[in-house]
Each structure stands twice: as structure tokens, then as C-alpha cells.
Design a protein around this ligand. Structure first.
Ligand code: AMP
Ligand code: MG
Length: 359
């Protein structure tokens, strides 16, 4: 249902539960994609906001609905490996083995683009990012649409990525015609983005880790911007890195150190903030919950299993944001999946970090 309201298009946003009605949901979704409309859909990483990836006008609606800066490119999602050939002008030498090892899955590969990829998708770059998702609803939607689906995460620009259909609804209600609800996302952080233009370089860390990639193709570089803020005048390897990301309204501060050091410092900061009349919440872990018994806290997962922290981070940020002005979060070692966790957490915190080991 489309209604024109001043210049902004509004919709009666429909939600279809694809756990119960996958066939009906993906048929309806594919019709909308073919008609040049937007559809939010589940993937194993986060919810995506998709449009026909070969239609520049349809893709432009994604930027409008999200309020996304026009120079931040999107990922083309495909439903079978061979579809990558129409999107890339050449196959980089490491591509085939990576596709065979990690696709379908949370790995996005960047290579030089072909002529059929609209500039709206790549934000004018001569490369394009492509992914074959694992989530079967996502793949059914793409296959039925008969085109690659260009999609970023289905949040309003700058907000934490959505890991449930309700998060998408909270951000996109009235802005898009359809949300496919496939339940909570498995990984909860966006895909690993690996550039295969020049030396293989991770532009964004995810569930497919540097160690996993290196085991297959040898040396893999990690972009400097992953754990550091961009310096003035620096050119972003991945345009998405220069924007404030994943940020709740609350102020987020990351506290580094051993669990004991971090907990001690967090307790002190909590008391100070409370004395100033601020509402505070601690993003805690299984290992440290015991230190925060008399304080408001949410346990995100296990420090030794960073994938559990990744899976809960965005949902927890959205939830804590409803009741806290200050969120105190423990940092963990930026290794394996801890790299993806720290990359997202540091951005949510705008790089506000306290090192509790340096007293
Ligand atoms: P999202 O899935 O919403 O996080 O958006 C896609 C991410 O992939 C953004 O961080 C983009 O900057 C990045 N990306 C997409 N295409 C390219 C490309 N051709 N070169 C570098 N980064 C890209
Ligand atoms: Mg995003």
C-alpha cells in the first residue's frame, strides 16, 4: 500500500513470519523486489534491506529509507556461486577457493565490478562487494527475485544493526513495504568484508576470522581503521569505516583490562555517574557478573567465547538504550571473533576507551 505524503513515500509496513510462511513470504518479497521496491529480510549476520541490485533507481530508495550517506557502498547478495561472474569483471586468484570454503556464509568478497552493476550500489567505486548468504530465506528471496539483491543492514543510518524483525520495525516502520521475519540472527554482527583487489585485506572483521582466511589463502592483512578512528584527511579503504556506527543514544565507554581490573574500574565509574544522577548500565560477561550484584547490568555472553558476545551486542545496545544514559562495557582481547566484537563496540563508543590496567 503506497501513499504519497508530501515528498516522502510512506508505507503500511507488512511483516510476514517466514518461519511459518517461507513460501508466501518470499513470493511476496520477490514481487516487490521485481517492482523496484524495498524488502527487509533475515540473514545469518544481521537483517538486510534489499532492492533489485541491477536497478539503480530501486537501489537509490535504500539510501533514502536509511538516511545513508550516498558514498557508502552496498553489498550484492546472490543465491548461487556462479552468479558472481556477472557482477565481477574478473575473478581474483584467491576468490574460487574462498568461495568454495566459506560460501554460503558470512564472508563478503570485493573485486573489480562489471558494467551491469549500477553506480548506486558501489557509490561510484570500480569494485563491488558480493556475498552468498547461508540463511535459507535470504537465498529463497534472491532466487525467486531472479536478480542479485543489493543490501546494507536494515537499520536507520548510524544506529545499531538489527538482529530481529522488531529492530527493523523500530527503525523502518512506514518507510518500507515488507519485513520478512525469520527470527533472531545467528551471528549478530555483519559479514567479514575482504578486499581481493591487491593484497587480500580485511576491511571489516566478522565471524569468518583472519585466522580462518589465512589458513586457506596465506597472509591476510587487516585494515588499520578496524580498531582505530579515522584520522583527518585519511582515505577510507571501506567508506563505511568513516562514519559513526552502531551507536545508541546513550554514551558508551569501553573499559579495557583483565576481568578483575575492568570490573573494579567499572564499579567506581558506576558510583560516580550515579552520584551525578545519571542512569547507568553495565554490559557484563558471565565471568564478571558476580562483581556487579548490586548494580544494573546485562550479561552479553562469555569472554572466552566472543561469538556469544557478538550475537548479543546489537540487541543489548538497543535494549540498554531504553533505560540508560551511560553504558559501561568491558573490552576483550581483539583476537579471533573478539576482533569483530571490539570493532563494533569501539565504534558504538565513538572510541571512548579507559584502560583499567594502567592505574
Ligand atoms: P553494511 O552491510 O550496511 O554494513 O554495508 C556494507 C559495508 O561494506 C560497508 O561498510 C561498506 O563500506 C562496505 N563495502 C561495500 N562495497 C565496498 C567496496 N566496493 N569497497 C570497499 N568497501 C565496501
Ligand atoms: Mg550497516
Amino acid at each position: 500500500m503506497r501513499q504519497k505524503q508530501e515528498e516522502i513515500q510512506t508505507y503500511d509496513t507488512q511483516v510476514i513470519n517466514t518461519v511459518r510462511q517461507e513460501e508466501a513470504g518470499t513470493i511476496q518479497g520477490a514481487k516487490l523486489i521485481q517492482a523496484g521496491e524495498l524488502v527487509a529480510f533475515p540473514t545469518e549476520t544481521v537483517y538486510g534491506l534489499g532492492a533489485n541490485g541491477l536497478n539503480g533507481d530501486a537501489v537509490a530508495k535504500i539510501f533514502e529509507a536509511k538516511g545513508r550517506p550516498a558514498d557508502n557502498p552496498l553489498i550484492e547478495h546472490i543465491s548461487k556461486k556462479s552468479d558472481v561472474r556477472q557482477l565481477w569483471s574478473r575473478m581474483p586468484k584467491q576468490a574460487q577457493i574462498l568461495m568454495d570454503t566459506f560460501w554460503p556464509g558470512p564472508l563478503t568478497l570485493i573485486a573489480p565490478k562489471s558494467d551491469i552493476v549500477p553506480d548506486e550500489v558501489t557509490a561510484g567505486l570500480d569494485t563491488v562487494a558480493v556475498r552468498l548468504p547461508q540463511n535459507k530465506t535470504a537465498r529463497a528471496l534472491i532466487a525467486k527475485s531472479g536478480v542479485p539483491i543489493a543490501a546494507p543492514s536494515a537499520n536507520r543510518s548510524g544506529r545499531p544493526s538489527p538482529t530481529t524483525a522488531q529492530h527493523v520495525m523500530d527503525d523502518m516502520c512506514g518507510r518500507i513495504p515488507l519485513i520478512l521475519d525469520g527470527g533472531p540472527c545467528k551471528y549478530g554482527v555483519e559479514s567479514t568484508v575482504l578486499s581481493l583487489v591487491g593484497e587480500p585485506t580485511i576491511l571489516r572483521p566478522g565471524a569468518i576470522t583472519r585466522e580462518m582466511l589465512a589458513a586457506v589463502i596465506g597472509e591476510v592483512h587487516v585494515s588499520n581503521s578496524i580498531l582505530n578512528p579515522m584520522k583527518n584527511g585519511e582515505v577510507a579503504a571501506s567508506p563505511g569505516m568513516k562514519y559513526q556506527h552502531y551507536a545508541p543514544n546513550a554514551e558508551v565507554v569501553v573499559i579495557l583490562g583483565t576481568p578483575e581490573e575492568a570490573a573494579k574500574r567499572i564499579n567506581a565509574l558506576y558510583r560516580e555517574a550515579e552520584a551525578e544522577g545519571k542512569s547507568v548500565e553495565i554490559a557484563a560477561t558471565k565471568q564478571t557478573k558476580q562483581y556487579y550484584r548490586d548494580k544494573r547490568n546485562t550479561v552479553l555472553g562469555d569472554r572466552n567465547e566472543p561469538e556469544t558476545l557478538c550475537a548479543n551486542l546489537f540487541a543489548a545496545l538497543r535494549e540498554m538504550d531504553t533505560r540508560a544514559e551511560l553504558i559501561l562495557a568491558e573490552g576483550i582481547p581483539a583476537e579471533d571473533e573478539g576482533l569483530a566484537y571490539m570493532n563494533r563496540l569501539l565504534r558504538a563508543a565513538g572510541f571512548r576507551v579507559i584502560d583499567a590496567s594502567k592505574e
